[in-house]
Every structure is written in C-alpha cells, then in structure tokens.
Design a protein around this ligand. Structure first.
Ligand code: PGA
Length: 255
C-alpha cells in the first residue's frame, strides 16, 4: 500500500479543555510552529471555542473541527448540535464515535453510523474513531471489533463520500493512559482496517483513505508510529494541548 497516495493528517482532540481565551492563546502559539507543515493540521475544539478558534486560525493552515454532532438536522434534542450548525460556523471536520462518547454517553455503532451520515450530509469531513478495549485485545478479537465498528459506521456511505472520511484507530486502553500501542500493533491494526475498507469498497478507495493512530501519541513516539506504512497520521489528545508538543508531532508527520 502506497503512503504517497494519501494525505497525512494530524488532528488535535482538545476534549473538554480550554476556555475561549485559552483556545485563542493555543491557536496563536501553534500558528507559526506549524506554518510550514507537510501534513494537514486540524484542531477539534469544544463547541464553545469554535468561533474563537476559527477566527484565530484564519489565513493559517490550521483547520478547525468539532468533537461530535447529532444525527438529526434539527429537532427536539436538548443539548445537541447538528452537523449543519457546525458547517454553517465554518468547521470543516468532526470527530465521530470517540471511545469516550461510546463509554460515557451511550454511543453505539448504530448511532455512530447515523452521526457519520449526518456529518457527511452537512458537508463535513468525519474523523471516525474505532478501537478495541483492553479485554478485547487480550481475547485476541481486536480485528473483529475494529471490522465490526468500521463496517457499521460506514454503512450507507458511498465510495465518493469516503473521500471525506478519516479513520482513527484508537485502542481504548491507550487513550489518556500514557500506554501507547507499539508501532507494530498500531501498524497492524491500521493495515487490517484498510483491508476491511478494501473489501467494503475497493483497493483504490482503501489506498486513498487516511488512517490515523490515536492513544498517547506524543512528541517522543510519533515518528516511530508514523513510520508504519499504514499509519497516515494521528489523533492527539493530551499532547494537543501544548503547542510545542503538538508541533513536534506535526513535524514528525511532515517528512
Ligand atoms: P490521548 O487521547 O492522546 O490523550 O491518549 C487521544 C484521543 O482520545 O483521541
């Protein structure tokens, strides 16, 4: 599989961090550090920071995204935000199916699929998260879990729409734990997901798909993880909150 066929994407997942002032500060600090990046740079920020982040990132190479969106265009869904609302603000990306949403907010493969559909319909690029729990890895069903999550999430997504999908392979046991998958484990799982996509669509679609690794990726381990032929980028949590660390990961993906 030829890495040159796809774009490397380093995306920050700020999670529930930063006030507007903090968001402005972080984007301003980041801008000069990533200005010459040889990869796509994205910051997925809390809804309340979208406007601030979009404004701060104007005329820079940093793209702004959100961390979730609802599956309906509008309606009686108190507390929710639609894809259309995000697109109207100018957000280009949205994370869907993050394991924290699956774990704490009752997200299922079915609702992930519905949200992917809604985000694509709104014109957004989706960062779709899949990944196994520790006990699933121990039971040697990582492949099955990732295949199932990927297949259900992409149900009803056309080959053309797949060009607006990035898959983030995030082993749940590696998220926020400081425990990173080995480069080999990350490469293997990303390669496996690419095979699943090749079977769902075709080889060309799979070869063009950006697949990120996520889970305690940092300035020290990024280069090794990104050197894997099927790892095309990273979804970065903790390390995306520090401009220097995030910029170092961007640099590692720019070679
Ligand atoms: P982490 O988070 O880098 O802090 O492990 C990654 C993620 O949750 O996307």
């Amino acid at each position: 599989m030829n890495k040159n066929l796809r774009k490397a994407v380093i995306a920050g997942n700020w999670k529930m961090n930063k006030t507007r002032a903090g968001a402005r500060e972080l984007i301003e600090e980041l801008k000069p550090l990533v200005a010459g990046a040889g990869c796509q740079v994205v910051a997925c920020v809390p809804y309340t920071n979208l406007e601030t982040a979009l404004k701060a990132a104007q005329a820079s190479n940093i793209k702004i995204g959100a961390q979730n969106c609802h599956w309906a265009g509008s309606g009686a869904f108190t507390g929710e935000i639609s894809g259309e609302m995000l697109a109207e603000m100018g957000a280009g990306y949205v994370i869907i199916g993050h394991s924290e949403r699956r774990q704490y907010f009752g997200e299922t493969d079915k609702t992930v699929n519905q949200r992917v559909r809604a985000a694509l319909d709104a014109g957004l690029t989706v960062i779709l998260c899949v990944g196994e729990l520790l006990e699933q890895r121990e039971q040697d069903i990582t492949g099955e879990v990732c295949a199932m999550q990927t297949k259900i999430a992409l149900s009803g997504v056309t080959k053309q729409e797949l060009s607006r999908v990035i898959i983030a392979y995030e082993p749940v046991w590696a998220i926020g734990t400081g425990k990173t998958a080995t480069a080999e484990q990350a490469g293997q799982a990303c390669g496996f997901i690419r095979e699943v996509v090749a079977k769902l669509y075709d080889k060309a679609a799979a070869e063009g798909l950006t697949i990120q690794y996520g889970g305690s990726m940092n300035a020290a381990n990024a280069a090794e993880l990104l050197s894997q032929p099927d790892v095309d980028g990273g979804l970065i949590g903790g390390a995306s909150l520090k401009a220097a660390d995030f910029a170092a990961i961007v640099k590692a993906a720019s070679v």
